[in-house]
Design a protein around this ligand. Structure first.
Ligand code: ATP
Length: 739
């Protein structure tokens, strides 16, 4: 028999914590090796190192002859891994999960079909193929996880607490499956807390506080002298309410140790004491208790050895202490290729036919991502309906033209000149006369209650003064609480006063021998006439300004949220760790995750542009192709931002928070709502690192002004630089995390 797994003083530290401390043992081909130990003792850390997803800090380990530190990729192709918690895709069906893993391992369609049938037969999942994995019961979930881990015919299967949380029947069924596999020559490496499962293993190791305490075949371990030292014997005592009597038994003369085992107590006592001698010491037990000699169970072995370890704990020089070893000791250093596995096994060792490449796993991930999107109606709504709604709502709701400001008039004159003034106010689109009041209290109440935002007081001598050729003051009170409305009212009332004054002045001027100037018809006129003309958006429709900007904002919103969520969700569910144990390449994983959302983002751009053109009547004056190409550039930027968010977020909630942190300046400072030129200098400078700033200039340039690439070069350069920086940083962080 040869070893397929070999650990030699394998060590792993997490900062100052030593999670695995110089662990050495070997596992033979076809064995069912059980690694036991309390919570936090280092079992999962050992498995993760053996699977090639965690680098050892010290020592070495080989799996199938490959060094875990250097040949992780070769190892991953030939092992299967079933993680502690269910880490398959809950929103994919049983069939989709199995097929996904088949594709990840690069199985050809024919091979996948063949393996699929074999897996279904082995796991009896045939009746549940179209059921979503998330809706399976615990036992069936574990069967599915086992099926996925076996799809590529691994030679070694690592199972991290495979039966945790499932009922006894499902547990037994799963173990039957494991025995079948071992019978087929698959080596099984199982961690468990259950002693009955340990008894089923061909070999067991017990790890305590990061150190291997004992390792060997269950029967050999039970006969270890350190477990039942010479001159001692073990007894099982069946008594009523054993928990309350444990302390009494421990105190008995000749008893070295007593431990509770369910409804019984196991006692380690001097061999010279007979069963009756023991019971004689406690009066009330003499008649009722049953006592019999036993060989130690594995639990006895582990309890005894870990007690001994606990007692000696502080005195141990860990570098020199060796575990009680019964299993084969690794003899290092040796060439793994030549000595650990035989020649004939080396032939088997060759990876199953795979399409290994830089892009390994890309197709599998791409198909899977689309399945997620298809399964999630909420995502579909978010992707397709929300942008359209947003465009429509924003396009209508954000209207910077302020009209119909409610106005109250208090006319103390009431004659025809005053009426003319009232009509002038009424005829503008800016003011809307809602009320004419006749006393001062009503006037002030209208303003104070907020009914009116503007109040006009026409004085009693308005007409008289005009007739006398004297200057007359008309008071206009403006509610300043909404600065935008107030500014508009202020400008409009000033302009109204000026226009009216000019008209009156021109009438007087006609009677004079000389006037400041005359127009083409010879009438009196002002010497200077300014003729403004509005370009690109002559009607000053605010939708023309906002809707193109919305394309950029929505595009960033969707790509940012979807990408970051897709990656963080995978990490949160534990499926990312499951993927790392497969031969999926980093670039395959990354592109597989990004490409679907790039496509979705692009389709969205088309939808929002269509709404812009046909719903809001905003024509695209420039080149549509240029617009689409530059949108793609911006899209890459958005995906990069999504990836960046995913690298700093542990949970989906954190991802939302970080995504909002990015969206906020994108909406408020990019020029989408407020002109950048009016911002204080530090903030203005900050706007240059916001990608959407450049994209908005590009969008408005192409859509409204018909600008071409040369006109927009500075903005294109800015966007490109942002894109390179964001993608560079996020790729680096993402790659680092994958490593
Ligand atoms: N990525 C990590 N960073 C820091 N500490 C870690 C990390 N992974 C594990 N540890 C620590 O290493 C120790 C061993 O953890 P490990 O998960 O290997 O234990 P375990 O025996 O598998 O426990 P359980 O049975 O509860 O799964 C624990 O103290 C754990 O907190």
């Amino acid at each position: 028999m040869s070893s397929v797994i070999q650990l030699n003083r394998l060590t792993r530290n997490f900062g100052s914590l030593r999670a695995v401390d110089q662990v050495s043992f070997e596992v033979e081909r076809g064995a069912i090796f059980g690694l036991l130990g309390p919570n936090g003792s280092g079992k999962s850390t050992i498995i993760r190192m053996l699977c090639g997803v965690l680098q050892p800090t010290g020592g070495s380990a080989h799996v199938l002859g490959f060094d875990v530190a250097h040949d992780a990729e070769q190892i991953k192709r030939q092992i299967g891994y079933m993680s502690q918690s269910f880490s398959l895709y809950s929103d994919l069906s049983v069939r989709e999960n199995i097929e996904f893993y088949g594709r990840i391992y690069g199985l050809s369609p024919e091979k996948l079909e063949q393996r699929f049938q074999e897996i279904i037969e082995l796991t009896s999942l045939g009746d549940r193929l179209d059921q979503l994995a998330g809706s399976l019961s615990g036992g069936w979930k574990q069967r599915l996880a086992l099926g996925c881990a076996l799809i590529h015919e691994p030679q070694v299967l690592f199972l991290d607490e495979p039966t945790a949380g499932i009922d006894p029947v499902a547990r037994r069924d799963l173990w039957d499956l494991l025995f079948d596999l071992a019978g087929q020559g698959v080596t099984l490496f199982v961690t468990t807390h259950y002693m009955d499962e340990a008894e089923r293993c061909s070999d067991v190791g017990y790890i305590y506080d990061s150190r291997l305490i004992v390792c060997g075949k269950p029967d050999e371990l039970k006969h270890l002298p350190s477990v039942t030292p010479e001159g001692t014997a073990r007894f099982e005592i069946e008594t009523v309410d054993p928990a309350t009597k444990l302390a009494t038994f421990r105190e008995l003369d000749g008893v070295q140790d007593a431990t509770l085992f369910g409804q019984t107590i196991h006692v380690l006592a001097d061999q010279r004491l007979s069963e009756t001698d023991l019971l004689q010491q406690i009066e009330e037990e003499r008649e009722t208790a049953q006592i019999r000699p036993i060989t130690p169970s594995l639990e006895d072995v582990f309890v005894t050895l870990s007690r001994a370890e606990g007692l000696n704990h502080s005195d141990i020089d860990r570098s020199t202490q060796t575990p009680v070893e019964v299993c084969p000791k690794p003899t290092s250093p040796k060439s793994p290729e030549s000595e650990i596995v035989s020649e004939d096994q080396l032939i088997r060792k060759k990876p199953a036919p795979t399409r290994a490449s830089l892009m390994a796993g890309f197709w599998a991930i791409l198909v899977k991502e689309f399945s997620h999107v298809r399964r999630e109606p909420a995502t579909l709504l978010f992707v397709f309906a929300v942008p359209v709604l947003q465009t429509i709502i924003f396009g209508f709701a954000i209207d910077t033209q302020i009209e119909n400001i409610p106005t109250v008039i208090y006319d103390l004159d009431g004659r025809s000149s005053a009426r003319e003034l009232r009509d002038t106010f009424a005829n503008t689109r800016t003011f809307q006369i809602i009320e004419r009041v006749f006393d001062e209290d009503a006037f002030h109440y209208a303003l104070q209650s907020g009914k009116a935002k503007v109040g006009v007081i026409i004085p009693p001598d308005y007409s008289d003064r005009l007739l006398r050729g004297e200057q007359v003051s008309v008071q206009v009170l403006i509610d300043g609480s909404d600065s935008q409305v107030a500014t508009t009212a202020l400008n409009a009332s000033n302009l109204l006063g000026l226009n009216l004054s000019t008209q009156m002045a021109k009438q007087f001027a006609e009677t004079l021998p000389r006037v400041p100037a005359r127009d083409a018809q010879g009438a009196a006129a002002l010497p200077l006439e300014v003729r403004p003309r509005l370009l690109y958006n002559p009607d000053l429709e605010s939708s023309h300004f906002f809707v193109p900007g919305l394309v950029g904002i929505i595009l960033q919103l969707v790509t940012l949220f979807l990408t970051s969520f897709a990656i963080v969700r995978e990490r949160e569910l534990g499926t990312l760790e499951q993927l790392f144990v497969t031969p999926v390449s980093k670039s395959g994983l990354m592109l597989g995750k990004l490409v679907p959302y790039a496509l979705i983002g692009f389709v969205e751009t088309l939808i929002v542009l269509t709404v812009m053109v046909f719903f809001f009547g905003v024509p695209i004056h420039g080149s549509l192709w240029e617009l689409l190409v530059l949108s793609l550039l911006f899209l890459v930027c958005g995906l990069g931002l999504g990836m960046l968010v995913s690298t700093v977020s542990r949970t989906q909630l954190q991802a939302v928070q970080f995504a909002f942190l990015i969206m906020l300046p994108s909406v408020l400072l990019s020029g989408f709502m407020f002109p950048r030129s009016q911002m204080p200098l530090p903030i203005y400078l900050f706007t240059f690192i916001i990608p959407v700033t450049y994209f908005l200039e590009i969008l408005r340039g192409i859509v409204l002004r018909g600008a071409d690439i040369t006109d927009l070069l500075p903005h294109i350069a800015g966007l490109t630089l942002c894109c390179i920086a964001i993608i560079g940083i996020s790729l680096k962080r993402f790659q680092k995390q994958l490593s």
